[in-house]
Design a protein around this ligand. Structure first.
Ligand code: OGA
Ligand code: MN
Length: 284
């Protein structure tokens, strides 16, 4: 496999792979190992159909079904786009556009689920000429940057993750009663330790508070942790090229969309989400 490193802390690209032609377990294991080590793997030049996307993704585990209230609901695909069925760019107040805005907050896909996702696999279909990068933040480098006393203090902490929490900050009406009911808050470990390459922080927009602490203490602790996260050094910002396919480890990085620059052009992305096998805590 021809590979090269992308960011300082995370990111690797593979240049000589056709994901529709993988038939051996060895290649899949190799990709899994690379993802476990580099957290973000970019596979170039994958002009794939939705079925090929799903088939490739299923090599890594069971796929999540898209939740209510999201484009692609009930299927194995999530559709991210900034235009409607007629091809018109959606207006600034449109729900779809607000959801896209929410995507610009650092997050980990499905951290609001009891068993959060293992990895996401995103395929670029239409990309704007300028901006619309996707950024990834290493939560392993972030954990490693914490002072020892803070690491000890947080190692066993549990946080509540709540889908409504992050979304409500964008617009109080963005989460429908239906979504609220389908997605009650869940507990997640603050520090994940099952990757052999090191521990990582598990935070992001859905993380509401630290369990068992007052609101003030919880906010202060989360702010203290955030103060050590170097958003320059620990980030890999991906400038999309046509037919890039990106896989990321949701338990090792946070990610976010960034705004399109200049004239708003169409952007269309399709994602699969590989379900995790275990909850981060067995207490909930
Ligand atoms: C996602 C996501 C960001 C982007 O697919 O989960 O957050 O840049 N995408 O589209
Ligand atoms: Mn996402």
């Amino acid at each position: 496999m021809i590979t090269s490193k992308l960011g300082d802390a995370i990111g690797l690209e593979i240049n000589d792979l056709d994901v529709t032609k993988i038939s051996d377990k060895e290649t899949i294991n190799k990709i899994s190992d690379l993802l476990s080590e580099f957290s973000v793997v970019v596979i170039r030049n994958q002009n794939i159909t939705d079925d090929e996307h799903i088939k490739f993704s299923e090599n890594f585990g069971t796929l999540e079904l898209t939740k209510v209230g999201t484009d692609g609901s009930g299927s194995k695909l999530i559709i991210l786009r900034n235009f409607d069925e007629n091809g018109n760019i959606v207006s600034p107040t449109d729900r779809q556009r607000l959801n896209n805005l929410a995507n610009q907050e650092w997050h980990s896909d499905s951290s609001f689920k009891k068993i959060p996702s293992k990895m996401s696999i995103l395929s670029a279909k239409m990309i704007p000429s300028l901006g619309g990068n996707t950024e990834f933040l290493s939560m392993r480098a972030s954990y490693n940057a914490l002072p020892q006393e803070l690491k000890l203090k947080i190692d066993d902490k549990i946080c509540w993750h709540d889908y409504s929490h992050g979304r409500s900050k964008i617009d109080p009406n963005l989460v429908t009663p239906e979504e609220k009911q389908a997605l009650p808050p869940v507990k997640q470990k603050l520090v994940l330790s099952d990757n052999k390459h090191g521990k990582s922080l598990y935070l992001g927009a859905h993380c509401r508070n630290v369990d068992g602490m007052s609101e003030n203490d919880s906010n202060a602790l989360l702010a203290e942790i955030n103060s050590y996260i170097d958003t320059e050094k620990f980030i890999y910002s991906h400038v999309w090229e046509p037919f890039d396919l990106i896989m990321w480890d949701n338990r090792a990085v946070l990610h976010r969309a960034t705004p399109i620059k200049g004239k708003i052009e169409k952007r269309l992305m399709v994602r699969t989400t590989v379900a995790g096998q275990t909850s981060t805590t067995n207490e909930c």
